[in-house]
Design a protein around this ligand. Structure first.
Ligand code: PLP
Length: 339
């Protein structure tokens, strides 16, 4: 076991021992290659560098109390990566290849899986890029698929603490018929300025609105949005947000806890009616939100009391973490134990 200070790991990159790579050439995927280098050799005219042919994923593995490593919903990440590939004309990574690469990478870096109870986990980052050279704007003929892992700390250093967000109207993350629904780098580049502005003003994230009308909530930086009222979990239906696997999981758990679930457009004014609000994603599971500022209307929407996370958010968060770490049984078939 690696002797890192597990309890104070950041959500950042730490070098591990190995990564795996696979090249798509002449219309087919080659053999998985194991590498101990952090560097990739890339043609300077690769389409990923010039035309944004790049997609990635993010998922986590957890060490259980029983010493077994559990990966959460990897099939959903593999499926989403296929959708991303289709969206920007890249070679698709077959599910078996994704699985093989993932299991190999985890097993070769087992000493970096944070111990049970540390709150930390092993973040798995699959990456698919156009590696073939083109100068005209077109899809590459060659691709590189790789996976690296890195141990990451609990997202919230001071625990499960609600934060403040700000609605952004100056920037759009994704256009209605653009690439918001897939996990490609361009969406993140488009979000950087708004996120930076929000951070500099002391907010945890920018809250993006629908690009067409600026009437509905889209998502909160790299996380989906949800609001809760009257025992109902409400989350936006939008053509320009990433279908979050955490969000899908929370919806299922919410139903099974007796809540109602609504997936529909969420107008900004509805913020005034929510009892609890949160952002959800792999990194934090749930980031509770205590206030949302709207500079245009001058309104600040407040949620919860005493700056504490709401009761439903807390229950959802605890239930999902317990399933991921093997503390509760997994009735959904979400977890795979790495053998
Ligand atoms: C833009 C965006 N929305 C939402 C999410 C949350 O998705 P997931 O729950 O699958 O991590 C992410 C992170 O992957 C993201 O990048």
């Amino acid at each position: 076991m690696e002797t890192l200070d597990w309890k104070s790991l950041p959500f950042g990159y730490i070098k591990t021992d190995y990564n795996v790579r696979c090249y798509y050439r002449d219309g087919k995927w080659g053999e998985l290659e194991i590498s101990s280098s952090e560097i990739i050799n890339l043609h300077m005219a690769a389409t990923s560098l010039h035309y944004g042919q790049e997609a990635f994923e993010g998922l986590k593995a957890f060490m259980g109390r029983d010493g077994q490593v559990r990966v959460f919903r990897w099939k959903d990440n593999a499926a989403r990566m296929k959708t991303s590939a289709q969206g920007i004309l890249m070679a698709e990574v077959p599910e078996e290849l994704f699985h093989d690469a993932m299991v190999k990478t985890i097993k070769m870096n087992l000493r970096f899986v944070p111990p049970f109870g540390s709150g930390a986990s092993l973040y798995i980052r699959p990456l698919l890029i156009g590696s073939g050279a083109e100068v005209g704007v077109k899809a590459a003929r060659e691709y590189l698929f790789m996976i690296f892992v890195t141990p990451v700390g609990p997202y919230f250093k001071e625990g499960f603490k609600p934060s403040r967000m700000i609605i952004t109207r100056e920037y759009d993350r994704a256009a209605p018929l653009g690439t918001g629904r897939i996990k490609v780098g361009g969406n993140y580049a488009a979000s950087l300025k708004a996120m930076d502005l929000a951070h500099r003003e002391g907010y945890s994230s920018a809250l993006f609105l629908d690009a067409r009308e600026k009437k509905y909530i889209d998502e909160a930086g790299p996380a989906n949005f949800f609001g809760i009222k009257n025992s109902t979990y409400i989350t936006p239906d939008s053509v320009s947000i990433l279908p979050s696997i955490t969000n899908k999981s929370l919806q299922r758990i919410a139903l099974d806890m007796g809540m109602k679930v609504e997936v529909r457009p969420v107008p900004v004014e509805e913020l005034a009616t929510f009892e609890e609000v949160g952002a959800c994603g792999t990194a934090a599971v749930i980031s509770p939100v205590k206030a949302i500022v709207d500079d245009e209307s001058g309104k600040t929407y407040q949620f919860g009391s005493n700056g504490e996370p709401g009761p439903w958010s807390k229950k959802l968060y605890e239930r999902l973490i317990a399933i991921q770490t093997g503390e509760l049984p997994d009735p959904y078939g979400w977890v795979e134990i790495i053998k």
